[in-house]
Design a protein around this ligand. Structure first.
Ligand SMILES: Cc1cc2nc3c(=O)[nH]c(=O)nc-3n(C[C@H](O)[C@H](O)[C@H](O)COP(=O)(O)OP(=O)(O)OC[C@H]3O[C@@H](n4cnc5c(N)ncnc54)[C@H](O)[C@@H]3O)c2cc1C
Length: 383
């Protein structure tokens, strides 16, 4: 295997810390969280106490001031351990960076330290029942009154939605202006007219509290506007390379674990008097899967390197997201097949991986949308 050159000894020591935290605080409780449909809030506080939230946030805002590679390590370990209910990535690597990048000093002081400690749980709400890929078609409106925006609309499929204390909501502040009339507003738990729907029942990510959110004449103070009015879409576009790369990082880590655990399984399991590993089909399937995941890892590592230099473009990140998540699903499906009937049993981690991985091709922009982005960057005209 090609040696990875991205990480220093400090990053690897941090990897051990994350693994220990997962083994102690998450893995023993994850099945119970799957049954109840959400993770208990105390794990957020424990993660905060252990410095595992908002890693890259400057220390003045309660973070660890770490470089992005520490975030990469954490994303890899959470994915490898199958912690699919844990919304730390979205909270620390999407919500908090929006506040850091677009928030006023007062907003940063007010929210970031509490996100870093786990006192507040963050979410971001773009998707609506009738608008997902086509975000410009969102119907939520936030019309400016004297000292507030009047927010109306609903959002769906929101990660961390049921537990969330702070939600960055995408809404139209100038409904006639299309994408140029869109803004980001921070909606907080307890605001009148802000309601959460029940947790959505899903094919996978069963411990994740994905929810609908409803906004009925919510008076959002002007002080909760994030960034300039009507610049919401531009802000959303800026963060895309990192958001998409995070999904690719998780995809490669998860596919690698599927292979590793399947290698162990087929060495033990016997059929026709020999280990399943001895069949040529098994050996070729796993050899091909390992080759593809190795290729994916090298590409993603290069993307990570570009990202840390601020040079990763959206089209390349979209390639990483689409290709690695397709690969993840294919590899996990093949690994499940090699487990036979046991692969279909929920108590076998490969079954959970199968269920959890499917959404990787859908959220964060569907893989079809990724291909649209790539084709556009190639100068191919649409329609
Ligand atoms: C578990 C989960 C968690 C999520 N978390 C969040 C979250 O935290 N915040 C949030 O805002 N959203 C979240 N989402 C929403 C997610 O981002 C959307 O589901 C996704 O963007 C697709 O939108 P859609 O579901 O409306 O599908 P649609 O847009 O209705 O797409 C349906 C199909 O049409 C295809 N399609 C659409 N447009 C085109 C096109 N131009 N060319 C070719 N094919 C096209 C799509 O690829 C797809 O196959 C989450 C979704 C899930 C399932």
């Amino acid at each position: 295997m090609i040696e990875r050159t991205l990480f220093s000894a400090d990053h690897e020591a941090f990897r051990d810390t994350v693994r220990r935290f997962i083994e102690r605080e998450i893995t023993p409780r994850h099945a119970a969280w799957e049954d109840q449909g959400f993770v208990d809030r105390d794990v957020w506080r424990k993660a905060g106490d252990n410095g595992l939230l908002c890693l890259t946030m400057p220390e003045e805002y309660g973070g660890a001031g770490a470089d992005k590679l520490f975030s990469v390590v954490q994303l890899e370990e959470l994915a490898a351990a199958g912690c699919s209910g844990i919304g730390f990535g979205l909270h620390s690597e999407i919500v908090a960076p929006y506040l850091l990048r677009y928030g006023s000093e007062a907003q940063k002081q007010r929210w970031l330290p509490r996100l870093a400690s786990g006192e507040l749980i963050g979410a971001i709400a773009m998707t609506e029942p009738a608008a997902g890929s086509d975000l410009q078609a969102i119907q939520a409106t936030a019309i400016r009154r004297d000292d507030h925006y009047l927010l109306n609309g609903s959002k769906t499929f929101i990660t961390n939605g049921w537990n969330a204390d702070l939600v960055i909501v995408v809404a139209k502040t100038d409904p006639k202006a299309g994408a140029k009339g869109t803004s980001l507003l921070v909606v907080e738990r307890g605001m009148r007219g802000f309601e959460k729907g029940p947790r959505l029942k899903k094919l996978g990510l069963k411990a994740q509290d994905t929810s609908e959110l409803f906004f009925d004449k919510v008076e959002v103070p002007l002080a909760n506007l994030l960034g300039a009015e009507n610049s919401g879409f531009v802000s959303l576009m800026q963060e895309l390379p990192w958001e998409r790369l995070q999904i690719a990082i998780g995809a490669v880590a998860s596919a690698q674990v599927a292979i590793t655990r399947t290698v162990e399984y087929v060495k033990e399991r016997k059929a026709f008097g020999q280990p399943v590993a001895a069949f040529q089909n098994t050996r070729f399937t796993l050899a091909e899967a390992q080759t593809q995941v190795q290729v994916a890892r090298v590409f993603v590592d290069r993307c990570i390197e570009l990202l840390t230099r601020g040079e990763l473009d959206t089209a390349t990140a979209s390639m990483a997201k689409y290709w690695t998540t397709d690969l993840q699903c294919k590899v996990i499906d093949e690994c499940l097949q090699l487990h036979g009937g046991y692969g279909f049993m929920w108590d076998f981690p490969i079954a959970r991986q199968f269920a959890d991985s499917r959404v990787q091709r859908i959220y964060g922009g569907t893989n079809e949308i990724m291909k649209e982005v790539i084709a556009r960057a190639m100068g191919l005209p649409a329609r």
